[in-house]
Design a protein. Structure first.
Length: 253
């Protein structure tokens, strides 16, 4: 039986912790990526998110991003490789320390937002991310966009890797994500997100914005926790994958 991971970025919205939205997401996923103080998150939200994930037996990873809370880490920044390595290391180490206090180890690291999207094309930036994680540990999975050079950089640095696709984002014909500056960049309809996820998992195909079919091989599929209606989207996607014969399995080194 074919296996795939379903992951979600969490710990980014304090209000989602307070109103129960974040925990409502947990049953649908097998892995989560926790914001660790860069674009979002603080020690309180990190600890609370980890504790929730442990209740649902989810794999827990770090979600480092540009230290730019005003823009939620979604604007490109021009920082030196050393500066990127430094903040990635600091953010991952902070989350790992809190995870240790909760009695669990991190399994993976997935960059966030503009840091992730720039690293898709920029090998030097991808290497700086890898260098930051190496300063902490090398036996964790690094997550990156399926089919992108960033995965080659991560693999060459000695990491196990996971190629990622997205259920709730539209694609360009080259296999990259449609920029959020476009109104239709996000998929809000649970049925459409489910069909895209199932196509990726079963056939390795996603339909781009211009109608072109793009080949994608992925080990993990993401749904963003801050997308409006995310709990409903996630539940529909998880059900569609299971009904389609997929086994949902968490990321592991």
């Amino acid at each position: 039986m074919k296996r795939i991971d379903l992951n979600c970025d969490m710990g980014e919205l304090p209000e989602a912790l307070a109103d129960g939205t974040q925990e409502a997401l947990m049953p649908s996923f097998t892995s989560i990526n926790v914001a660790c103080g860069g674009h979002a998150g603080d020690e309180q939200t990190m600890k609370a998110t980890i504790e929730q994930a442990l209740r649902w037996n989810l794999a827990i990873g770090a979600h480092p991003g540009y230290p730019d809370r005003a823009n939620f880490g979604r604007l490109e920044m021009n920082l030196s490789p050393q500066a990127i390595s430094d903040f990635v290391y600091q953010q991952v180490r902070t989350l790992a320390g809190i995870a240790g206090q909760c009695g669990v180890q991190l399994t993976h690291v997935k960059p966030h937002g503009a840091l992730y999207n720039q690293a898709v094309h920029n090998r030097q930036l991808a290497q700086a991310i890898a260098d930051g994680v190496i300063r902490w540990r090398r036996d964790v999975v690094l997550v990156g966009l399926a089919g992108s050079p960033m995965l080659e950089v991560f693999r060459d640095a000695g990491f196990p890797i996971a190629a990622e696709a997205f259920a709730d984002r539209r694609y360009e014909p080259d296999g990259t994500l449609c920029s959020r500056k476009y109104e239709d960049a996000l998929i809000h309809d649970p049925g459409e997100a489910s069909r895209q996820a199932l196509s990726i998992a079963q056939t390795g195909i996603v339909t781009a914005r211009n109608g072109r079919q793009v080949a994608i091989t992925a080990q993990t599929i993401c749904i963003h926790g801050d997308t409006p209606g995310a709990p409903q989207i996630a539940a529909a996607v998880a059900k569609a994958l299971r009904d389609g014969g997929l086994t949902l399995t968490p990321l592991a080194p």
